[in-house]
Design a protein around this ligand. Structure first.
Ligand SMILES: [Zn+2]
Length: 188
């Protein structure tokens, strides 16, 4: 690692510590030539492949920017968005792949966003899953309702299993989103 001050071709590691979330290592380095110290941050590389075929490094900021639109006017704070982006990064890194499709990031957003705000979730899902009709919204809302009553059996009066096959696609994408929620991932 070159010294950022004098461009000396070498540097000495004087301290290493794992960041709180375990996803990166901070190294304190000292230049043997000019003696100045600097810090490097080491993370495993994670490349996102876009639909166009172009690739770019994973960015939490881009996750936040994508979700922020869906959260307009909703009681969602910047801290909430930062935490969501962290959960998304942990989920996609947990797969162990160095390269992922942009589509998988959208999928990883659905679960935590649903926990955060159901209206924002519906907005995001409607764009991500290309809802094209009122029926798409209805089935997504039906899935949210039935999952709620699964969690709380006392309020299951309105659930209707006759519709189950009709909403299987939407339910599938929603529950896939749920499956990559960090609290359900085995990594910790
Ligand atoms: Zn130097």
């Amino acid at each position: 690692m070159h010294c950022p001050f004098c461009r000396h071709a070498d540097s000495r590691v004087i301290d290493s510590r794992t960041a709180e979330d375990g996803a990166s290592i901070r190294r304190r380095r000292q230049c043997p030539s000019c003696g100045r110290r600097f810090t490097t941050l080491e993370t495993s590389s994670l490349t996102v492949v876009k639909r166009s075929g172009a690739s770019e490094p994973f960015s939490r900021d881009k996750v936040v920017a994508g979700v922020r639109k869906a959260c307009q006017g909703r009681p969602v704070s910047d801290d909430d968005l930062a935490l969501l982006a962290q959960q998304v990064e942990e989920a996609v890194r947990a797969s162990g792949a160095a390269q992922i499709d942009a589509h998988e990031i959208g999928l990883a957003i659905l679960g935590p966003l649903r926990q955060l705000d159901e209206v924002a979730y519906l907005r995001f899902a409607s764009v991500y899953s290309s809802f094209s009709s009122l029926e798409d919204f209805e089935s997504a809302i039906a899935t949210l309702r039935s999952d709620r009553s699964d969690r709380d059996p006392d309020s299951s009066a309105g659930s209707d299993d006759g519709e189950a096959s009709g909403r299987a696609d939407r339910a599938g994408s929603a529950s896939l989103g749920g499956a990559v929620e960090p609290e359900q991932a085995p990594a910790h």
